[in-house]
Ligand binder design. Structure first.
Ligand code: KIV
Length: 313
């Protein structure tokens, strides 16, 4: 901390980042740490070699911490509607909101491959819409791949042809919650399971490089994983998938309400955060914050000058 300016080392005061390589696009005189990103070919090559780890992020801190933890893939999922925006489902998230959050998360993803979800309504009306909106998430948001839900081989191949890597998503695709009649496990009947298996193959043929499988029986997760040449990432799809994903708010213990069966909570951050804010509030109310060492030192003579001014009115 600079005692004169109060600078916390996060910027120069004129908006320029002071951390070397923060943007990866260094300007003259600024040191740049090269970014060694996880690439799409590396992700594809992981199939059968090592398990992939994906977590969601909604902003710079969550993306930076996931990246620092060494995950392969950071997903700016439309689940941020619930995780960050207090909405009841994913359906109301807009393209502008997804771009905004993706841009923040991109600032934190120094190594992991950053994927952005295409929100409801951004790809359903036309293939042209799908390509335009995928390009926005990459161009404006800084994503390096996009994800879209459902069996949409036409959209996948058109986005791919525009140069944007695509992640497909099958099973319980939350944007179709009303069509499913609720958040229900998919692929339980043999006929539906075979349809999903066929769709997975078609999405691979259309050019998807990764496939998220959500809320399907483990046997179907295993069958699809064996049937396709691209890696599968499971969320409630059993242990045989090539990788796993959880929503960060769920795994960190920040989400309220009943959680899906597949969620494992690795921390209870809601308790930690609440206790910290309660302690701060108690200190403020008791006059125990700030202490002397948390104040900027008074310049010599200032107290006397101020006192004289007050006395003179
Ligand atoms: O939006 C999201 O977080 C997702 C994951 C559950 C895969 O799509």
């Amino acid at each position: 901390m600079d005692e004169k300016t109060g600078d916390r080392g996060r910027g120069t005061g004129d908006g320029a980042p002071s951390r070397p390589g923060k943007t990866g696009n260094g300007t003259a005189g600024q040191a740049v740490e090269p970014r060694a990103f996880v690439t799409v070919p590396e992700v594809m090559a992981a199939k059968g070699v090592r398990r992939l780890v994906m977590v969601t992020a909604t902003d710079e801190p969550s993306s930076r911490l996931a990246d620092a933890a060494g995950v392969d893939l950071v997903l700016v999922g439309d689940s941020l509607a619930m995780a960050a925006l207090g909405r009841a489902d994913t359906l109301s998230v807009t393209m502008d909101e997804m771009v905004h959050h993706t841009r923040a998360a991109a600032a934190g993803a120094r190594r992991a491959l950053l994927i952005a979800d295409m929100p409801f309504g951004s790809y359903q009306a036309s293939v042209a819409d799908a390509v335009r909106n995928a390009c926005r998430l990459v161009g404006e948001g800084g994503a390096r791949a996009v994800k879209l839900e459902g069996h949409r081989p036409g959209e996948v191949s058109a986005i791919r042809a525009a140069g944007v890597p695509v992640v497909a998503h099958l099973g319980l695709t939350p944007q179709s919650v009303h069509a499913f009649g609720g958040y229900r496990v998919q692929g339980r009947e043999a006929e539906q399971a075979l349809v999903l298996l066929g769709q997975a193959r078609e999405l691979e043929a259309a050019g998807a490089f990764l496939l998220v499988l959500e809320a399907i029986p483990p046997a179907l997760g295993r069958a699809i994983t064996h049937a396709v040449g691209i890696p599968t990432i499971g969320i409630g799809a059993g242990p045989a998938c090539d990788g796993q994903v959880l929503v960060a708010a769920d795994l960190l213990g920040l989400s309220a309400g009943p959680l899906p069966r597949f969620v494992r909570r690795y921390a209870e951050l809601d308790t930690v955060i609440r206790a910290a804010v309660e302690a701060f509030a108690a200190d403020v109310r008791a006059g125990a914050y700030p202490a002397d060492e948390e104040c900027y030192p008074d310049p010599p003579g200032l107290e006397a000058v101020v006192a004289r001014c007050l006395a003179e009115g």
